[in-house]
Design a protein around this ligand. Sequence first.
Ligand code: ADP
Ligand code: MG
Length: 381
Amino acid sequence: MKSALIEKFQTIFGRAPEILARAPGRIEFIGNHTDYNGGSVLGAAIDRGVWVALARRDDGQRRLASDRRGQIITVPAARILKLSGAKRWANYPLGVLAAFPSFGLREPAGFDYLAMSDLPAGAGLSSSAAIELSSALAFAEAAGEQPSREVLVQAARHAENHFVGVPCGVLDQGVSGFGKNDHLVFIDCRGPRFELVPLPPGAHFWIFNTHTKHALVDGFYAARHRECLEAAQALGVALLVDVSPAVLAANAGRLPPLAAKRARHIVEEIARVAATVAALRDGNLVAVGKLLTASHRSSQHLFENSTPELDFLVDALVAAPHIFGARLTGGGFGGAVMSLASGKFDEAAAEPVAAAYAEKFGARPEILHLQTGDGAALHQP
Ligand code: ADP
Ligand code: MG
């Protein structure tokens, strides 16, 4: 990947890059819709990501290229404006550039920039956070800045929230920034505070991406957000993180039935994240797997953000050999299922699951076998 990046940079810009950076994609491991309720979440940085190569220019021009689009985008040194159409992808690096001053960081003046990736975009693995973090590292290095990892993560998230305009939580950028091989990233979203938790050896991730997305997903997402805040208010707290499962059980009668279901998912999911950290520290992947599947059942029945496609995959996977557990990963209402498997699960074991899915839904899911990987870092050119 690195040599292909350098070669392509040379071909496009006619010279060698000065700076290389790479940031990984991520999997939401457990902690579904807990972020905006002030709760915690566990994520895994994966062994696929986005590379950025950069060389400074003296004329103030910013020229951006990507392996996904042929055309070079030239941005004058003046104000950074949002792009549309085929140039839309450049809003991720440009958004990072535009965010720098708000975090006390100087922007690099002119540069040539190339992004290259082995991470499928739009597969729920957060290629957007990966391109933001790798860009942020490369831009900071080009400007002679040495921001902390927290600042890089916040600047990348700021770009996605305010420039691109996607209201994501801190999971995507936090895991891409803080991830580490053979570890999961625990995030206390209220801080936010980041902590590494070792992943016991022999854990493999198998992702089954349905490529389905509910037409009303944005509206559903907003409705869940509102239902959670209303439930918290009715219970006399600002955020559901401040309600324990016991307190909720004692007070559920004060809530409308739907709000009580939503609140129960969040409160128990936050407890499941804590239980998962404990099971990981014990090296008990069987217990971790049970918590993952319990998370899915809660999404399915209480939070109601699953779909028949996702439920089918979870049912098929938990019935398959060598699978510890499975759950929908990400916002839900479509998207992908993540399963935690031992090293004995393989393509042959995945095939009957994919075939049964194709038989029922008329299309095969995309299957990805992933392992953990390192977080965002600069590399020697
Ligand atoms: P996800 O983050 O789940 O992959 P998003 O829709 O949030 O999905 O982000 C995907 C977008 O990120 C792409 O549409 C593209 O604009 C940008 N992107 C990702 N990888 C690359 C790349 N290698 N080159 C250019 N843009 C990329
Ligand atoms: Mg994204």
